[in-house]
Write a protein that binds this ligand. Structure first.
Ligand SMILES: *Cc1c(COP(=O)(O)O)cnc(C)c1O
Length: 221
């Protein structure tokens, strides 16, 4: 397995407005270093403990993105350095992130995770909850957060049309918000969708951030 080769093969085909988050969860430091030496700087992790040890030992110009369900009581550990949290799925989490970002004199970028899949188990706000959130002008309450966009995960299925429809639904919501509530707000620009198996569909539907693990690093053990 050659990580640099795989990484470059993915990057070659990306439109200029799409950035790649290399999802390094459960992979060794040496794998991350290989991607780093090939020029990759954006990495995604989904466990706080694992992220902390990687953050401490790997180069400081890595931009770390948190992509998994984040427990409210663990926010304090990552607040000093996290660049973006893709997976914000509750008001409680927003409050905590805002408080700790403030304590560390930072503004943290966040994406609201929207539940678009059919599976029950996936976290995220419903479309209705997002509408309520916006109608109540909630984004204005979090002065230490930057509302950078939306994130979603499609159903784990072979049915490409279903995946496409789920991404298209999220994309439509994103553009609707961008042209209404967030119009003139340059920060609200990210649509995080697409993983190893479905990222080409996600890009066609307007993704700006793809989160890819297996296709770069191989299977996780
Ligand atoms: C693990 C994970 C990914 C990457 O998945 P792959 O199929 O390995 O590309 C992307 N997004 C989230 C939220 C993940 O947990």
């Amino acid at each position: 397995m050659n990580i640099a080769f795989r990484l470059n093969r993915i990057k070659e085909d990306l439109p200029a407005n799409v950035r790649l988050v290399a999802v390094s969860k459960l992979h060794k430091f040496s794998a991350i270093e290989e991607a780093y030496h090939a020029g990759q700087r954006l990495f995604g992790e989904n466990r706080v403990q694992e992220l902390l040890s990687k953050y401490e030992q790997l180069p400081k110009d890595i931009e770390w993105h948190f992509i998994g369900h984040l427990q409210v009581n663990k926010v304090k550990y990552i607040a000093p350095f996290i660049a973006m949290v893709h997976s914000v799925d509750s008001i409680k989490l927003l409050n905590e992130l805002n408080d700790y970002a403030g304590k560390f004199n930072r503004r943290v970028k966040v994406l609201l995770q929207v539940h678009i899949a059919q599976e029950e188990s996936k976290f995220g706000f419903s479309f209705d909850a997002i509408e309520d959130f916006i109608n109540n002008k909630m984004p204005e309450r979090f002065s230490h957060l930057i509302m950078a966009g939306l994130m979603g995960m499609a159903t784990f299925t072979e049915d490409k049309e279903q995946i496409r429809a789920e991404f298209a639904g999220l994309s439509a919501l994103f553009f609707r918000l961008k042209e209404s509530y967030f119009s003139g707000n340059e920060d609200f620009k990210e649509l995080s969708m697409g993983m190893s198996d479905d990222y080409p569909i996600a890009i066609k539907e307007g993704s700006t951030l793809i989160r890819i693990g297996t296709k770069i690093f191989g299977e996780r053990n």
